[in-house]
Design a protein around this ligand. Structure first.
Ligand SMILES: NC(=O)c1ccc[n+]([C@@H]2O[C@H](COP(=O)([O-])OP(=O)(O)OC[C@H]3O[C@@H](n4cnc5c(N)ncnc54)[C@H](OP(=O)(O)O)[C@@H]3O)[C@@H](O)[C@H]2O)c1
Length: 381
């Protein structure tokens, strides 16, 4: 195997591996119990990745119901600790009073068995959490931690619209940002435009969900497999999707939430090749076709921006539309029906909509939400 490829990290002198390990989807001992990490297997996967050049590890306070950081702290035994950069995040939506950030930070240091954190992000910034940042002056907190040498590089992860993304990029001397990006969601949330904007401002850009959480690598429709074949490369759907992200030189690294040893081996081997600027014009056309296929199968053009919430009836609108779309994109009728039953209480099911219309006023996509909810309920129930 060739060696791992490293990229630039904004204006810093650190060189992250183009593949980062996301510790949000570790293998479990008991299905649907995120706190029950299969620690032996997860440690083996992590050590394999580090031994093969992965030097960027991404965790967060809430991952695996609060056990991901603690797992990482224990897994990074002597030989491994000095070889990696550890990134974690302040759970902004849990901050309810001025003393909370420091409290979470101290807890994170303990969990990670360290006295400083290399890479620290304000987690999940969007319309509401940005208000929290302002209300509790979290930017001053980041300043303070940096001056004390408790964090080396400040940044944020983002899930909202492009204008807000730009506003946040310009609001603070961040080192990095994390955005959702893959070939289907090229123009979703910050999207490619956000990537280019942040890069032009000197930020390192980290890509999350490059496989749409596994949706671009599992149960891939035949139509997409045929498109991938036309590329002339021997590649799996996962490689096809990762290649699109790493083709972009503005990306510092992508994070993959690997959950099996096979994922780690495949993704590490893939990241041992140079991909920046490697796609031909013809190939880029294939990605557009694949994206169009996925998009055309979507029943509701919901971009999960959640501008529609809060719903009067506490209906998780975007979550339901996501499951509804999945039925048609992935032939996932049973899976979506199961999720609908298990994850949403009957009192918050789509049929509880009272057609108050508040969500429709706020929806940037102008989706006829009440009507779409009715259709979704009919098939999901
Ligand atoms: N800051 C934030 O707000 C935020 C939000 C989301 C994610 N993140 C971070 O970003 C990381 C990456 O996001 P993600 O986990 O959603 O990434 P992703 O790469 O889109 O999805 C990961 C899933 O893809 C599948 N997969 C990975 N490698 C594969 C391979 N070689 N072949 C086939 N399937 C493969 C696995 O699905 P199965 O497990 O189903 O097999 C895996 O769980 C997270 O782990 C987390 O650290 C941060």
């Amino acid at each position: 195997m060739q060696g791992m490829i490293y990229r630039n990290f904004g204006n810093t002198d650190i060189k992250p591996s183009q593949l980062g390990f996301g510790l949000m989807r570790l293998p479990l001992r008991i299905e649907f119990k995120p706190e029950m990490i299969d620690r032996r297997e997860a440690r083996r996967m992590l050590h394999y990745a580090i031994e093969h050049g992965v030097n960027y590890l991404d965790t967060a306070y809430p991952y695996h119901s609060g056990t991901s950081e603690e797992f990482l702290g224990k897994a990074l035994t002597k030989g491994y600790k000095g070889k990696v950069y550890v990134a974690t995040k302040l759970p902004t939506w849990f901050v309810k009073k001025k003393s909370d950030p420091q409290k979470f930070f101290n807890e994170q240091l303990k969990r990670l068995k360290t006295d400083c954190i290399d890479i620290y992000a304000l987690h999940g910034l969007g319309k509401n959490t940005w208000e929290t940042v302002k209300k509790f002056d979290l930017l001053s907190f980041m300043d303070k931690m940096q001056k004390k040498g408790k964090i080396h590089f400040p940044g944020f992860s983002f899930h909202d619209s492009l204008p807000l993304f730009k506003e946040i990029v310009d609001a603070y001397p961040w080192t990095f940002c994390m955005i959702h990006l893959n070939y289907v969601d090229e123009h979703y949330q910050a999207g490619v435009k956000g990537l280019e904007y942040a890069y032009s401002k000197g930020l390192a850009v980290i890509v999350m969900e490059p496989l749409r959480g596994g949706k671009l690598s599992h149960n891939v429709p035949k139509e997409i497999l045929d498109i991938i074949k036309k590329s002339g490369r021997k590649q799996t759907p996962a490689e096809f999707a990762l290649r699109w992200v790493l083709n972009k030189p503005e990306v510092s690294l992508l994070l993959s939430g690997m959950s099996t040893t096979d994922h780690v081996k495949e993704n590490v081997a893939f990241a041992c090749h140079e991909h920046a600027g490697s796609l031909t014009r013809e190939e880029l056309k294939l990605y557009k076709k694949a994206k169009q296929f996925y998009r055309s199968r979507m029943k509701v053009n919901c971009t999960l921006c959640d501008y529609c919430i809060p719903c009067t009836q506490k209906i998780p609108i975007s979550f339901i539309f996501n499951m509804y779309n999945d039925i048609y994109i992935y032939n996932a009728l049973k899976q979506s029906q199961w999720m609908y039953k298990v994850f949403i209480k009957p009192e918050n099911h789509a049929d509880q909509c009272i057609e108050c219309g508040k969500c429709e006023e706020r929806c940037p996509q102008k989706i006829p939400i009440s009507e779409a909810l009715k259709k979704a309920h009919k098939i999901l129930n």
